[in-house]
Design a protein around this ligand. Structure first.
Ligand SMILES: O=P(O)(O)OC[C@H]1O[C@@H](O)[C@H](O)[C@@H](O)[C@@H]1O
Length: 290
């Protein structure tokens, strides 16, 4: 099955989207707007991505939740709009496939592309081709960003996958695997080694961890998630907590209780892609539920 001219096989809150389904009942939904995964439900389980009930699906502002693609600038660390322009661009759907007969319960994927155009060049005067692939297999979601440099100068960017994980109650969650990594202090280049054996969230957290060995493990009661990554050296952990959440128009007042962003990013050092070369980074989520 291929979608040639269409932007998906369904709509989601009015946006063109692809819904991937496996024979075991696992599903994922990805919108062409932002090439953003908006839902992932492994077989027999519940939703694992947080999508704000007040998210704006108008197609011009970022969607609060799922897995926004941050490119070519992380946050406000440069002159571009916050988190770059890829999350507010409509990507081209190159292909979607469902292979229910594939080994180990089937395979499904959707592939999107985004290339430089007049609008992107006005902000960022570079040629590029980005490809975002979302692959669904049993118990597992892989999201991969590939960036090609068709230009004649090196291409430099920061960015990543801003994954909003759904949790039952954030104060009861533990994130393991950051111990020993360097944590960048807010607003500075200084770093401190993380000494805690696991991260617990009981206040606003907005931290960049540099060169983090993977996988990480997120435990949420009887649910657990392994968070692996290749190509993205750094991790951002973000929860706005009560006060900042109240200032976000597209989050309900208690939204912060049900989400934790564990982002696979390249932030400490920009990615540099040589002319004619390409780079890729991937985040893999695997359910390990009891
Ligand atoms: O509200 P936005 O633009 O989606 O950003 C959300 C958060 O994204 C995180 O990645 C940043 O570290 C935070 O500083 C930021 O607040």
């Amino acid at each position: 099955m291929s979608a040639s001219q269409k932007l998906g096989n369904t709509t989601f809150h009015g946006l063109d989207a692809v819904r991937l389904t496996l024979p075991d009942g696992s599903t994922a939904v990805i919108s062409a707007f932002g090439a953003q995964a908006l839902s992932w439900v492994p077989a027999g389980g519940g939703e694992r991505l947080y999508l704000s009930p007040q998210a704006n699906f108008g197609g011009s502002v970022p969607i609060r939740g799922g897995v926004p693609v941050i490119f070519p600038q992380f946050s406000e660390r440069g002159p571009l709009p916050k988190h770059g322009f890829a999350r507010t661009a409509t990507w081209t759907l190159e292909e979607w496939r469902e292979q229910p007969e594939a080994e180990e319960g089937g395979f499904a994927c959707a592939v999107y592309s985004l290339t430089a155009d007049d609008a992107s060049r006005a902000l960022w005067p570079h040629d590029f081709r980005a490809e975002l692939t979302v692959a669904l297999t049993r118990d597992r979601l892989d999201i991969e960003l590939e960036v090609e440099n068709p230009g004649s100068e090196p291409l430099e960017f920061t960015g990543g996958l801003h994954t909003y994980l759904r949790v039952k109650e954030v104060e009861n969650v533990t994130l393991t695997g950051l111990h020993g990594s360097r944590r960048q202090l807010p607003g500075s280049q200084e770093t401190k080694v993380e000494t805690g054996p696991e991260l617990m969230v009981d206040d606003e957290v907005d931290q960049v961890y540099l060169d983090v060995p993977r996988p990480l493990l997120l435990k949420d009661g009887r649910q657990a998630l392994a968070i692996a990554s290749e190509g993205f050296p750094d991790v951002v952990v973000w929860n706005p907590w009560e006060h900042r959440c109240a200032s976000l128009k597209d989050m309900p007042a208690n939204g912060f209780r049900h989400m934790l962003c564990v982002e696979a990013v390249a932030v400490g050092e920009p990615v540099v892609v040589a002319p004619g070369a390409s780079w890729w980074g991937r985040q893999t989520l695997v359910t390990l539920d009891a």
